[in-house]
Design a protein around this ligand. Structure first.
Ligand code: ADP
Ligand code: ADP
Length: 233
């Protein structure tokens, strides 16, 4: 479903040059994985590439049958944006809900953008996630935990093949963090969607049953570039 081979991406600012290297990375439909590494290790950089929002510098990258590296080389931003809208769901760290839409309207957004409206799917997700009574309320009337569950429903409403979450538990208390990780994993598995969660807390992710993809950051070498390598354990 998702496959990276020898993918690299570098930032060449003279302040702190950084390079990310992904020798090999595969994710199958319905599979969940936690991306673990300290702050600055390149987790967001990898998620941005997987969200088709930033191009790799080099390497082979396929997703959902499409040659992503080739689409970037050809400058096919339209095709990349359409693939992103239809096949990818994103759970933000916090917030991200539109205050002037109801909960149902917020969940429906990904469906509208993907051209795939399905009220029954919204209702089913809301019931699974325990937010059905909140569907016609506005985000301001919800607790932090309820809002995060709305974000999960929204990321899954258009039936994406891949769900990406960047530190989805950063702003919630520990008990809620466990629930968010468990719900994400359960809903993605039920939907057959692959799931990648970036976290600085691999122990919590492991306790929630996620296999861990670990990042090793090497101090700058003679070329002054700090390198991070993601590899599956
Ligand atoms: P993480 O998500 O693990 O905290 P990031 O991917 O955000 O890591 O950052 C990895 C490294 O790349 C850091 O050293 C960061 O300062 C640098 N970096 C991130 N984005 C940019 C950018 N747009 N331009 C230059 N450097 C960047
Ligand atoms: P809008 O944002 O278009 O004014 P709503 O926020 O009420 O409308 O609803 C957005 C979408 O969510 C609609 O497509 C609707 O079918 C669906 N929806 C609204 N309320 C519910 C509900 N209680 N259960 C399931 N789906 C709902």
């Amino acid at each position: 479903m998702l496959s990276l081979r020898g993918v690299t991406k570098a930032y060449r600012g003279d302040a702190a040059p950084f390079a990310l290297e992904v020798p090999t990375f595969d994710l199958a439909a319905g599979e969940a994985l936690a991306l673990a590494g300290p702050s600055g290790s390149g987790k967001s950089t990898l998620l941005m590439m997987l969200a088709l929002a930033a191009p790799p510098d080099a390497g082979a990258f396929t997703f959902d049958g499409a040659d992503i590296a080739l689409l970037w080389r050809k400058g096919r931003r339209d095709a990349l944006a359409e693939l992103r809208a239809r096949r990818i769901g994103v759970v933000p760290q916090t917030g991200g809900l539109l205050p002037y839409l109801t909960v149902a309207g917020n969940i429906a957004l990904t469906q509208r953008i993907a051209g795939r409206e399905d009220a029954a799917r919204i209702r089913a997700l809301a019931e699974d996630l325990g937010i059905a009574p909140q569907l016609s309320k506005h985000p301001a009337a919800l607790s932090v935990g309820q809002r995060q569950r709305v974000s999960i429903a929204r990321a899954l409403a258009h039936r994406p093949a891949l769900v990406l979450a960047d530190e989805p538990t950063a702003s919630v208390h520990p008990e809620l963090a466990d629930a968010v990780l468990a719900l994400l994993k359960r809903e993605c598995a039920a939907a057959g969607a692959a799931l990648l969660v970036a976290t600085h807390d691999p122990d919590r992710a492991a306790a929630a049953g996620y296999p861990i993809l670990r990042c090793t950051t090497h101090a700058p070498g003679a070329d002054g570039i700090a390198r991070s390598v993601f590899a599956r354990l």
